[in-house]
Design a protein around this ligand. Structure first.
Ligand SMILES: [Zn+2]
Length: 360
């Protein structure tokens, strides 16, 4: 059975109680529109400021039921394997006890299993296909679709698509509060759930990698999502207003700048995750730049990686989106298989990320 939002929070509490030496509960400051508190569980043997960190997000989109369960599952597996000195196996994707120790001693994993609990509760009790959060409809709007913001269009990265993208760019976002799927919100980072993710990054500068787990395609996506990658013209980037009229069009010779080395790191880490997924039961999620789906605006992966470019004091955070499985709410026996794939991917990332990022 899928976890409900109460069970997710009890799982966080119980995991910390069972493994106080390898976990810490972290509580971001912003309550959801329905008054819920969300929490992170840090897993690692070192303090938060001692070693690099990976931020793992789940549940941003309400109807995507598997990712929160996957994050809770891995957050349970790791301390247990560590305490009992055993390895972990997900299908044919296996990790030794030494590798588990290596991950927990050299990294912190910041699990944020359910970013959008209001949405998940609504999806699990009332409207299974609900995607957004539950921000009340603005004054004068009464339709049920006018409730909510798509949190993965609400981050402060090229958020205002009407001025930042070409008129004919296929950017999937909307300024219409009654758009049932992709309403971007009244302002960048207007939503408490978005601001909690920003808070987690602001307050943990050791975080160097962020994986936002969604469903379903499947795919493993690396930066950028705003336009095609290019490593030739540094001035062609998201901060350049001269590109506002043309951003996001395919094959027009203009793209978002990414240093060659960063692109290599992003691809290599995404491929490492995909190899681990494939080993579970032979499913190839595939690796692509996020733009390969369609141009994105206000998304968590590009926001994370953009932070060091807009603020020189911010840590460079490589952003990834995993689109797991091939349906939003598979029967739970299938969900358990997808959970294994996500767990294998994230374990592989944790194993290779430090070396790949600092040696490519
Ligand atoms: Zn999603």
């Amino acid at each position: 059975m899928y976890l409900n939002v109460t069970e997710i929070e009890s799982a966080v509490t119980n995991l910390h109680d069972a493994h106080p030496g390898t976990t810490e509960i972290i509580t971001p400051p912003h309550h959801t529109h329905e008054g819920r508190t969300t929490r992170l569980l840090r897993v690692g043997t070192r303090q938060a400021d001692e070693v690099p960190g990976i931020l793992l997000l789940g549940g941003m989109h309400a109807r995507e039921w598997v990712p929160p369960d996957a994050l809770i599952s891995l957050a349970a597996d790791l301390p247990e394997a560590h305490d009992s000195a055993t390895g972990l196996g997900y299908g044919a994707s296996t990790f030794t006890a030494a590798q588990v120790t290596q991950v927990l001693d050299n990294l912190n994993l910041f699990f944020f299993p359910c970013v959008n609990p209001d949405g998940r509760a609504f999806s699990q009790t009332t409207s299974p296909t609900w995607r957004k959060n539950r921000r009340p409809a603005p004054a004068g709007f009464t339709g049920s679709s006018c409730v909510g913001v798509d949190l993965n269009r609400n981050f402060d990265f090229l958020w205002d698509h009407t001025t930042k993208f070409a008129p004919n760019a296929d950017v999937h976002t909307s300024d219409n509060p009654c758009d049932l799927q992709v309403y971007r919100g009244p302002a960048a980072a207007s939503e408490p759930e978005t601001r909690n993710v920003v808070w987690a990054l602001d307050n943990h500068p050791q975080i160097q990698w962020m994986v936002d787990v969604h469903s379903a395609l499947p795919a493993i996506l690396h930066n950028w999502g705003s336009d095609q990658n290019q490593s030739v013209t540094p001035t062609d980037n998201f901060r350049n207003p001269n590109l506002d009229a043309v951003r996001g069009r395919p094959d027009d010779g203009i793209g978002e700048f990414i240093p060659e080395r960063d692109l290599q790191i992003g691809v290599k880490l995404a491929e490492g995750m995909n190899d681990a997924v494939s080993a579970v039961r032979g499913v190839d999620y595939g690796v692509d730049a996020a733009y390969g789906l369609y141009p994105t605006s206000g998304a968590s992966d590009d926001y994370s990686y953009s932070r060091h470019l807009t603020d020189p004091t911010a840590t460079k955070v490589f952003g990834f989106t995993i689109e797991c499985g091939d349906t939003f709410q598979p029967v739970f026996s299938e969900a358990e298989q997808v959970i294994q794939e996500v767990s294998a991917a994230l374990m592989a990332l944790a194993l290779i990320a430090p070396e790949v990022t600092h040696s490519v």
